[in-house]
Ligand binder design. Structure first.
Ligand SMILES: [Mg+2]
Length: 241
């Protein structure tokens, strides 16, 4: 009896699906640019991490910044034009996918909806308005690790079984911990540099067309090996409980 292979895809949002990082640029648009840039620099060198990074960035916003203004502005940001076709491809092949983001759900859903993608599973942080203030909520922070505001690793482990093949597509620091838990990593920008440095096997990509072409090749293979490193990392996480 042959068992059909199943795949799960985990996709970063900012700088991966979009051309620019909205989690940075919205603060340049509505906040103190110099302070926001300095914070982003520290976030990228990981001297500022987790929920503290968002609280600091939100602190740079001008008083007139509202959730509605930020969401409306988000619509101006371009996505990789090959992403909608990639989503179609995943659906045709029966690949369930998740948009995992260390940013905020309100702008992700707005951008995806504008691109005609209305039913994606988005797992991100929340931003709400309370008494005129913008308040961040972090429902997916890991209990023990404070490195990320939204623990992408936990979502990968919770949403994929050991025998399933997992795919990761990302570009930045918020993907560094999570990507190695997947069998196939697609990397660009600083995630690519990280994979090089850590000797993690990856596929470079520039657009989602590159990812689709590579996946078509992998899906067509008679035999496909799961990545040992991903398996070991998952096991270590189970052991810690
Ligand atoms: Mg990113």
């Amino acid at each position: 009896m042959t068992t059909e292979r199943t795949y799960k895809a985990f996709i970063d949002f900012d700088g991966t699906i979009t051309r620019r990082d909205l989690g940075e640029h919205l603060f340049y648009d509505f906040g103190d640019v110099e302070r926001a840039k300095e914070l982003v620099r520290r976030i990228n060198e990981k001297t500022l991490v987790g929920t503290a990074s968002w609280r600091a960035l939100l602190d740079t916003l001008r008083d007139d910044a509202t959730l509605d203004k930020l969401a409306t502005r988000a619509e101006d940001y371009e996505i990789d034009p090959t992403f909608p076709a990639f989503v179609e491809f995943l659906r045709e092949r029966g690949v369930e996918f998740f948009v995992l983001s260390d940013g905020f759900e309100f702008y992700i859903s707005r951008v995806l909806e504008k691109a005609g993608i209305t039913d994606a599973t988005i797992i991100a942080n929340d931003l709400v308005e309370r008494d005129g203030d913008l308040v961040p909520l972090f429902p997916h922070q890991d209990e023990e690790c404070a490195e990320c505001a939204n623990c992408k690793r936990n979502h990968i482990i919770e949403n994929s079984a050991d025998e399933e093949f997992t795919i990761y597509v990302g570009n930045g620091v918020s993907d560094q911990c999570a990507a190695p838990y997947c069998d196939f990593i697609f990397a660009k920008d600083s995630l690519l540099n990280y994979c090089e440095r850590e000797r993690i096997t990856y596929f470079p990509y520039a657009s989602f067309d590159d990812v689709r072409r590579r996946l078509e090749g992998l899906f067509a293979k008679k035999r496909l090996k799961k990545k040992h490193r991903a398996h070991m990392l998952r096991r270590q996480t189970y052991m810690r409980g």
